[in-house]
Design a protein around this ligand. Structure first.
Ligand code: ZN
Length: 293
């Protein structure tokens, strides 16, 4: 497995926030495509939540992978993120699965103006689902790295001219390493192969104490785990539970996404060093370059 030379890079938590409307995790709303209807449904949440999240983070910097429709509705959101010193990345333009390369191509094109305005270079695929064919598209769009598969911390891959810095997993049983070919999403095959995606906010919602211990363990090993949180897990949307209950009853697997994770984040910020993915990647690459010089 390609690994990062950990000895020379100081370990930290690579914190990412997939900045998306509160309803993005409920797949029922994927069918609504009109921007105005989606903005009405968001109801100003995405405009307000950013302040609360920036306040939670205080001086700590993180990566925000933004859903571009939010930049269209509220241009102040990406501005505030960048002004506070955080990294701004691309999640997608409109939130839905983007495994199809032609759909992804259209979506990437739609985000061009704000990506260029803010020099965006990082990408997180919706649902952490990407195909191998997507990487050259990302490269052609001027992006330099992606964090769109699940794999163990310390993994850094080169795919189609793009660096892939995966969201973290831990081995719970077995020894056989599954291939690192994309897609490598939160799937039953990953779990049956003995790998648990603990950097997923699903897992954080299910067992935040265990995730906390895994983070501590991996930092001690000199590794820098990548984790994902969402705005609605940190700043509560109005009537969140009553608006999501019909979906939760039909899809109980969505429940961990409605749990409040602000306490988890506060504890994390108190205990561990935290950095954006792009900053960490630059450090690793410059060390690799120096080693080969
Ligand atoms: Zn998402």
């Amino acid at each position: 497995m390609p690994t990062i030379p950990t000895a020379s890079v100081s370990p930290r938590i690579l914190l990412s926030i997939d900045y998306e409307p509160w309803f993005a995790f409920i797949r029922r709303y994927d069918a609504i495509t009109a921007s105005q209807a989606r903005q009405d449904l968001d109801g100003g949440y995405s405009r307000l939540a950013v302040d609360g999240i920036l306040e939670l983070l205080r001086d700590v910097k993180a990566s925000f992978y933004l859903v571009g429709e939010i930049a269209e509705w509220y241009p102040e959101v990406p501005q505030k993120i960048v002004a506070a010193g955080h990294e701004l990345g691309l999640h997608c333009q409109i939130h839905r699965p983007l495994l199809s390369v032609s759909e992804l191509e259209k979506d990437i094109h739609a985000s061009r103006s704000w990506r260029e305005q803010f020099n965006v270079r990082g990408y997180r695929a919706p649902m952490v689902g990407i195909s191998e064919d997507a990487y050259p598209l990302l490269r052609d769009a001027g992006l330099t790295y992606s964090s769109s598969i699940y794999a163990r911390p310390g993994t850094l891959l080169q795919k189609g001219g793009i660096w892939e810095l995966p969201v973290s997993t831990t081995r719970i049983f077995g020894q056989t390493e599954m291939s690192l070919v994309a897609p490598r999403d939160f799937s039953l095959s990953l779990l049956f192969n003995g790998e648990m995606p603990y950097g997923s906010s699903f897992t954080i919602g299910m067992m935040n104490d265990i995730v906390f211990r895994l983070l501590e363990r991996d930092l001690k090993r000199g590794l820098s785990p990548v984790i994902i949180l969402h705005p609605y897990e940190l700043v509560r949307p109005q009537n969140f539970l009553s608006r999501t209950i019909p979906d939760l009853l039909r899809h109980p697997e969505l429940l961990p996404f409605v749990f409040d994770k602000s306490k988890f984040l506060k504890k994390l910020l108190q205990r561990f060093p935290v950095a954006p993915l792009g900053v960490y990647l630059d450090e690793v690459l410059s060390l690799q370059e120096a080693a080969h010089a």
